[in-house]
Design a protein around this ligand. Structure first.
Ligand SMILES: [Zn+2]
Length: 103
């Protein structure tokens, strides 16, 4: 990601671009301090991303973003969920090993 005066805004923009690509429609995308997770997604459509993600490389950001956005459509990490992860974020399994947690 290019350096910016507003990194959190860039992360939100990146998330909205992914939302278009994945054809999902988050109601709200927030970037905030999260102590134990990289991201979460509520049933109401709020996607929350950890501000710590701003220090991570862009491929890892994509991994967390796509994971949370796919939860707008699939609540569990089933076969279809994993297939879509592989399609959009090749190699996501290796990133999963190092994440805190993306629920
Ligand atoms: Zn999950």
């Amino acid at each position: 990601m290019k350096s910016s005066l507003y990194p959190a805004q860039d992360l939100r923009r990146r998330t909205l671009a992914w939302a278009l690509k994945l054809k999902v429609n988050p109601r709200v995308v927030r970037v905030q301090t999260m102590r134990r997770k990289w991201g979460s997604c509520s049933l109401a459509g709020t996607v929350t991303l950890a501000s710590d993600l701003l220090d991570q490389e862009s491929c890892f950001q994509d991994y967390v973003i796509v994971h949370e956005l796919l939860h707008l459509r699939y609540t569990t990490h089933g076969r279809v969920f994993k297939a879509l992860m592989s399609a959009h974020v090749p190699g996501w399994q290796t990133m999963e090993a190092r994440r805190m947690q993306a629920t």
